[in-house]
Design a binder for this molecule. Structure first.
Ligand SMILES: Cc1cc2nc3c(=O)[nH]c(=O)nc-3n(C[C@H](O)[C@H](O)[C@H](O)COP(=O)(O)OP(=O)(O)OC[C@H]3O[C@@H](n4cnc5c(N)ncnc54)[C@H](O)[C@@H]3O)c2cc1C
Length: 368
């Protein structure tokens, strides 16, 4: 029922704008409005904070169905979870009440600020600093590649509070867009997910009350990594949705397009491609849903499962979207058809929330 509801909403209110959002590289406001009106913009927020309390699998299905029509728009529910999960996992009750309530209401989105210009895969090498000053912390630094930066009201920011301790000297904070000293860089000019704003976040003597720290001092990096264990599954869901969208389009096209006097779907060469695409998607879906169940239960092998789902589903998305372009022939290579956008959008799923090389490192360190 959830899938049917979100699919109808996505097809009616998000799909019609997907091409324009990509072409104009503009924020998908129509998607945000539609998702917020249907309470689907941040489904993971627990009911006690006014949220819908969707479990990890339901959240995955929402993201998958939105990504099937518009990958950029699927980053609304996905990044709201990524940005706010550190608070849900490790924040004080006051912090949860203060920030989850407006998120659930649709009054402000959440972003996640871990990466920096010189600290990507090696996130613990970050330089952003937070220095204690009485009842305040003062933050200085640059966060890079921040999804929905400038649009979000709230930012989970990881910063060094003790430079002698590397990852154990990193703490997490909630920073608000309106805090003095917060500003944003120009939107990055990207290959895909052009509707999702990616910008630098500048922290220039940002003075925030001490109770905005998420959890204990020195636990920020652990919280950031624990968050990714859960949210990599949402990127797997995004990849899955993009791939399904490409398969659905290619299948329909193959039935319509005629060459040599018959639909190209009648050629075994095309049929085998479609069969392989569907097989890989189904395998990715099973891995993703199983990982979502592990996320919900907090299973001990979640780290492996989340990395495996993200890595596998994103590789499948890249393969399937590339094959979809192939099935459309020359038409697939143009912006008149959605599969070239899907192929460009798929690529990011192999890069963010840890590149697929990093996922393999994570899996190797956590072999079942
Ligand atoms: C569109 C977009 C949105 C993003 N959104 C966010 C966000 O909201 N919040 C956030 O914090 N970050 C975000 N990121 C950052 C993203 O997570 C990083 O780009 C990613 O982790 C890789 O870091 P890097 O770009 O610095 O690459 P690098 O770490 O410099 O990696 C370069 C290459 O080296 C490889 N590599 C690095 N180390 C190893 C190793 N040990 N073994 C093998 N290979 C290795 C990588 O796999 C990659 O192929 C986003 C990025 C993009 C492009």
């Amino acid at each position: 029922m959830l899938r049917d509801a979100i699919r109808s909403l996505a097809e009616a209110k998000i799909a019609p704008f997907a091409a324009a959002v990509d072409e104009e590289a503009r924020f998908p406001q129509e998607a945000l409005d539609a998702l917020t009106a249907a309470d689907l913009h941040a489904v993971h927020v627990p009911e006690e904070y006014g949220g819908t309390g969707a479990d990890a699998l339901a959240t995955v299905i929402v993201i998958e169905e939105v990504a099937r029509v518009c990958a950029s728009s699927s980053l609304i529910p996905a990044v709201n979870k990524l940005g706010s999960l550190p608070v849900i996992l490790s924040g004080s009750e006051d912090l949860k009440k203060k920030y989850m309530t407006p998120l659930a209401k649709g009054d402000g989105m959440f972003s996640y600020c871990l990466s920096e210009p010189d600290a990507g895969s090696d996130a613990a090498g970050m330089k952003t600093k937070a220095v204690r000053d009485g009842d305040f912390w003062v933050l200085n630094g640059v966060k890079r590649w921040i999804t929905n930066a400038g649009v979000s009201e709230y930012y989970t920011v990881m910063a060094v509070t003790d430079p002698t301790k590397r990852s154990k000297g990193i703490s997490a904070f909630v920073v608000e867009k309106s805090d003095e000293g917060v500003s944003f860089g120009a939107p990055e000019k990207k290959l895909g997910i052009k509707g999702s704003p990616t910008r630098e976040v500048y922290l220039d003597n940002v003075r925030i009350p001490a109770d905005r720290m998420i959890g204990e001092e020195g636990t920020g990096f652990a919280t950031a990594m624990k968050t990714l264990d859960h949210t990599r599954i949402t990127i797997a869901a995004q990849a899955l949705g993009i791939a399904q969208g490409a398969l659905d389009y290619a299948k329909g096209y193959a039935q319509e397009r005629k060459q040599f006097g018959k639909p190209i779907a009648d050629f075994q060469g095309i049929q085998f491609m479609l069969a392989d695409m569907a097989m890989k998607i189904e395998a990715a879906r099973q891995l993703t849903y199983a990982a979502a169940a592990k996320s919900e239960r907090g299973d001990s092998d979640l780290t492996f499962a989340g990395a495996a789902a993200k890595c596998f589903a994103s590789d499948v998305a890249m393969e399937v979207t590339t094959d979809a372009v192939q099935i459309l022939g020359g038409y697939g290579y143009t912006r008149d058809y959605p599969v070239e956008r899907m192929m460009r959008d798929a690529k990011i799923t192999q890069i963010y929330e840890g590149t697929n090389q990093v996922q393999r490192i994570v899996m190797a360190r956590n072999l079942p």
